[in-house]
Design a protein around this ligand. Structure first.
Ligand SMILES: Nc1ncnc2c1ncn2[C@@H]1O[C@H](COP(=O)(O)OP(=O)(O)OP(=O)(O)O)[C@@H](O)[C@H]1O
Ligand SMILES: [Mg+2]
Length: 300
């Protein structure tokens, strides 16, 4: 693997909080990787360390086998951060020309416009007068201005309307085809599934799963059997069977998770649970994802 990025036992502690805890992974050339996780999972902190904007408390980040904030590295990377800030007083076209002039081989102005969907009107507008979505387009164009090999986006589609969103992912797809290495963060499993070929699932500052979207989905979407049962009825007997992965109550129903739901049905009858209104639930992916990342599962 032609390694572009590596994190080795990286931890970032703030005064009262460990935002990223002993994280290690590496990313090869041409990979499109989603950093997926709920609010506060450590996505932005990780991205800031990859970009050299924050120093790890311990551990090491290497980008192109160097320190992230070295000049030779900065020239090869493009980024779009969660907080968009723009240079006030200049028109969009002027800002783009200015930033392009910093690079030896910038992307042609026409390509930047085509790839990001900036309109003629956008180009004439002063940066501070842009709407949130237009600012994001500008920020996207600035990320691509230097024709970077490695691109990192922190929640790129927040505030984009559906047309801008589609265009954004189309461009990401095109960039991936050009062999660029791309990392983006998102809260949405669907977005990660659609756009990435690998997902790093973050929770509480750690990676809880790393794999292809198919592997992650298979891991988090378990089947379950649900039923109504007398609340007084003990369910301990079901727990004793190791084929059962989990049991929880939700909305007056009991859910029994397992890979093999036929076996769960057998056990329900065998143990004379007294289950009524039995249903087989196909793994609901979003629900399973929420459970995995929120940790608010009701104890039984
Ligand atoms: N500068 C800071 N000082 C103190 N705590 C911080 C700082 N930056 C982040 N944190 C804390 O670290 C944790 C991780 O924050 P981070 O911004 O990396 O999460 P995130 O995954 O990007 O979340 P979101 O989806 O909301 O953007 C949070 O609990 C946050 O409050
Ligand atoms: Mg964030």
């Amino acid at each position: 693997m032609n390694e572009i990025l590596s994190l080795n036992k990286v931890t970032k502690s703030f005064q009262y909080k460990t935002a990223v805890n002993d994280v290690s992974f590496s990313i090869g050339k041409g990979e499109v990787v989603a950093i997926l996780g709920p609010n506060g999972a450590g996505k932005t902190t990780t991205i800031s360390m990859i970009l050299g904007l924050l120093q790890p408390s311990s551990g090491e980040v290497k980008l192109f086998n160097r320190q992230p904030n070295e000049k030779q590295v900065r020239e090869k990377i493009g980024t779009m951060l969660q907080e968009v800030s723009v240079i006030p007083g200049l028109k969009v076209s002027e800002i783009l020309e200015l930033i392009r002039s910093y690079y030896q081989q910038p992307l042609a102005m026409k390509d930047l416009i085509d790839l990001t969907g900036l309109t003629e009107q956008d180009l004439k507008t002063r940066a501070e007068k842009l709407s949130g979505g237009q600012k994001r387009r500008l920020s996207f164009a600035l990320a691509l201005a230097g024709d970077p090999e490695f691109i990192i986006f922190d929640e790129p589609t927040v505030g984009m309307d559906i047309t801008s969103r589609n265009r954004f992912w189309q461009t990401v797809h095109y960039l991936a085809e050009q062999g660029k290495t791309i990392i983006f963060s998102t809260h949405y499993l669907q977005e990660a599934d659609d756009a990435a070929d690998r997902i790093l699932l973050f929770k509480d500052g750690a990676i809880v799963a790393d794999g292809t979207p198919a592997q992650i989905k298979a891991r988090i979407s378990k089947q379950s059997v649900s039923f109504i049962v007398d609340p007084e009825r003990p369910l301990e007997k079901l727990y004793q069977h190791e084929e059962i992965d989990d049991i929880y109550r939700k909305n007056n129903r009991v859910y029994v998770q397992a890979t093999n739901t036929d076996r769960v049905l057998e056990l329900i009858f065998q143990e004379k649970i007294g289950a009524r209104d039995i249903q087989i639930e196909r793994g609901k992916l979003e629900e399973a994802f929420e459970q995995l990342t929120s940790g608010t599962k009701e104890a039984i």
